[in-house]
Design a protein around this ligand. Structure first.
Ligand SMILES: [Zn+2]
Ligand SMILES: [Zn+2]
Length: 302
C-alpha cells in the first residue's frame, strides 16, 4: 500500500494505475467502467489485463471487453437482466484516461444473493466469442411453465415440493398476493399432495381456480405472521425452523401418540420432509394426523 500511495496522479507502476484527479487505484484484474465517446451511451465494462506506458509517457490499458446483450448476436432477450454482461474474446488497448472507475462483475449465483445491487454491480454467466457468435455454456437451466432461464430482475416464487420457480405473471399472481403467502405449491404439486393425503385433510390449502391453460400455484397459509419483508424473493426462503417448532408442538399433543414411542420416532423421521410437514400441519385435526402417521408407517389399527 505504501508503494501505491507514492503513485502520483495518472502514474502507473504497470500493475496498477491511479485515476487522474482521484484517489482511486485500479489494479490488473479489476473490472472497470469505461467512458464511451458518445456520452449518451451506457458505459462500457472491461477487465484490466495490463497497463503500459507508450513512448510519450501516456498510460495505456489493455482490456478484455464485456458485452451487454445488445452488443451480442440475438440482442437482449427476456431472460437477460439489466446488469447482465458477457465475457468476450474481444481485447483492446485504450488510453487509461477513459477509465471512469472500478465496478464488479459477479458470478451469477453470487449476484442473485445481493439484496440491492448497485449501479456498479454486474454479473456474467455466459462467455461470448465475437467472431463465431457462440455463447458458452450453450445450455442453461430453465424455469417456470414458460421455460426460460432465470432473469434476476424478475420476481419468482418457488414451489415447496418440486423446487421449480415461477414468474408471478405466468401463474396469475400479483406481488401483493405473493407477499401475503409464506409458501407455495404449484398446481401439479398440489394435485399430487391431494392424492397423497386426500382433499378433506387439506383444509388449509386453497385450490385456486384454473384460468385458461395457466397453472396457478396454490397458497399454503400457515399460522406464521405475514412476512414484513418487502422483497418477494424473501418469501421463497422457507421458514424451516418455524415449521419444525410448530410441528413438534402439534405432534407432542396428539392423543394416543406417546412421546418417545417407536411410532413417535417414526413420525419425526417422516416429518423431516418439509412438504409432509406442511401437509401434516394443514390437516383438520389430530385424528387425521394420527391416521396419516400410522398409514405412512404401515401400522394397522387393531
Ligand atoms: Zn414464466
Ligand atoms: Zn411444484
Amino acid at each position: 500500500m505504501e508503494f501505491m500511495a507514492k503513485l502520483r496522479s495518472g502514474e502507473t507502476d504497470i500493475n496498477s494505475y491511479r485515476i487522474k484527479g482521484t484517489e482511486n487505484i485500479i489494479r490488473v484484474g479489476d473490472c472497470v467502467l469505461i467512458r464511451p465517446s458518445d456520452a449518451r451511451k451506457p458505459k462500457y465494462v472491461a477487465c484490466v489485463e495490463k497497463f503500459e506506458k507508450d513512448n510519450n509517457n501516456n498510460v495505456n490499458v489493455h482490456v478484455r471487453w464485456y458485452y451487454r446483450p445488445e452488443e451480442a448476436f440475438g440482442g437482449r432477450r427476456i431472460f437477460h437482466g439489466a446488469n447482465e454482461l458477457f465475457l468476450t474474446d474481444h481485447y483492446d488497448v485504450k488510453s487509461a484516461d477513459v477509465i471512469e472507475g472500478k465496478c464488479v462483475v459477479h458470478p451469477f449465483n453470487d449476484y442473485t444473493k445481493i439484496d440491492n445491487p448497485g449501479p456498479k454491480d454486474f454479473y456474467c454467466r455466459f462467455e461470448y466469442k465475437v467472431d463465431t457468435q457462440v455463447f458458452t455454456p450453450d445450455d442453461v437451466q430453465v424455469y417456470c411453465i414458460c421455460e426460460i432461464p432465470y432473469n434476476p430482475d424478475i420476481f419468482m416464487v418457488q414451489c415447496l415440493r418440486c423446487r421449480d420457480r415461477y414468474h408471478l405473471a405466468c401463474v396469475g399472481l400479483t406481488i401483493e398476493k405473493a407477499k401475503a403467502m409464506n409458501q407455495y405449491l404449484c398446481s401439479d404439486c398440489f394435485s399430487k399432495c391431494k392424492e397423497e393425503v386426500g382433499e378433506n385433510n387439506l383444509n388449509n390449502f386453497t385450490d385456486e381456480e384454473h384460468n385458461g391453460n395457466a397453472k396457478k400455484p396454490t397458497q399454503v397459509p400457515t399460522e406464521l405472521e405475514t412476512s414484513t419483508q418487502n422483497s418477494v424473493t424473501d418469501i421463497i426462503k422457507e421458514p424451516v425452523m418455524d415449521s419444525c417448532t410448530r410441528m413438534m408442538n402439534v405432534l407432542n399433543n396428539i392423543d394416543g401418540l406417546e412421546c418417545g414411542s417407536t411410532l413417535w420416532l417414526e413420525a419425526l423421521q417422516l416429518l423431516e420432509d418439509p412438504v409432509r410437514r406442511e401437509m401434516f400441519l394443514a390437516m383438520k385435526n389430530d385424528a387425521a394426523r394420527l391416521a396419516w402417521i400410522k398409514l405412512r408407517c404401515n401400522i394397522k389399527d387393531n
